[in-house]
Design a binder for this molecule. Structure first.
Ligand code: ZN
Length: 218
């Protein structure tokens, strides 16, 4: 069985649409008495008033927005029927460029967005929650600092403040729960999959993702 890390495909000849939030995130200021860190956690999709526009009319099936996984109706059907049992999903509120208020248009222009290109008839999109399904093998040499109290998480390479992009990572096969789409422990923002998922992705001509094989250690 082959395993893959999933990356976002931004589109080659024509860029895929991206989500543009129209409301500010709910921000949580954390001042932890255990690890003594002060930091801020932003929640976008958890905000009940969350709404977004799409940057153009070229709609992918997988649309990444920060660490959220946002997928089309088509991709949702494939995931629910073929990939993930008990998939948690929620529809996202997306507005047409025609329904933006004057204040929203002004704000978007101020943020440097090309308002004329925004999607006129955005299709339905859903946010999905993909469960943790495996761990990295310790040979990967990834260091983790996690605060039990505030959940601050820092994943880094030896002697560095961050995970070096060229660091070789190995999936620990024995920790894998058998699902075809999953995240790794300590890496909730990145999706991983099996060759079964990749086959379905190609079979159903889904768009918006790139796959790079990850080495496996039993
Ligand atoms: Zn803490």
């Amino acid at each position: 069985m082959k395993f893959y890390k999933i990356n976002i495909d931004e589109g080659k000849r024509k860029k895929y649409a991206q989500g543009i939030p129209l409301v500010k995130p709910l921000e949580e200021n954390i001042c932890c008495s255990v690890c003594r860190r002060q930091w801020r956690r932003a929640h976008y999709l958890e905000n009940p008033n969350f709404v977004m526009a799409l940057s153009n009319q070229n709609f992918p099936d997988f649309l990444w927005f920060l660490h959220y996984k946002i997928i089309s109706e088509n991709a949702l059907e494939v995931l629910m029927q073929k990939v993930v049992r008990n998939l948690l999903f929620k529809e996202i509120s997306i507005v047409s460029v025609n329904d933006l208020s004057e204040a929203q248009v002004k704000d978007l222009r101020f943020r440097g967005e090309n308002v004329k290109k925004l999607a006129l008839n955005p299709p339905k999109y859903y946010t999905v929650i993909v469960e943790e399904g495996a761990e990295l093998h310790k040979e990967s040499g990834v260091y983790v600092e996690e605060c039990d109290s505030c959940k601050y998480l820092k994943v880094h390479s030896y002697g560095m403040d961050f995970l070096h992009p060229s660091q070789k990572l190995y999936l620990h096969k024995r920790s894998w729960n058998g699902e075809d789409l999953f995240t790794l422990k300590y890496f909730p923002a990145t999706l991983y999959c099996t060759e079964n998922f990749l086959k379905l992705y190609n079979e159903y001509r889904l768009t918006g993702l790139n796959f790079s094989e990850i080495d496996v250690i039993e």
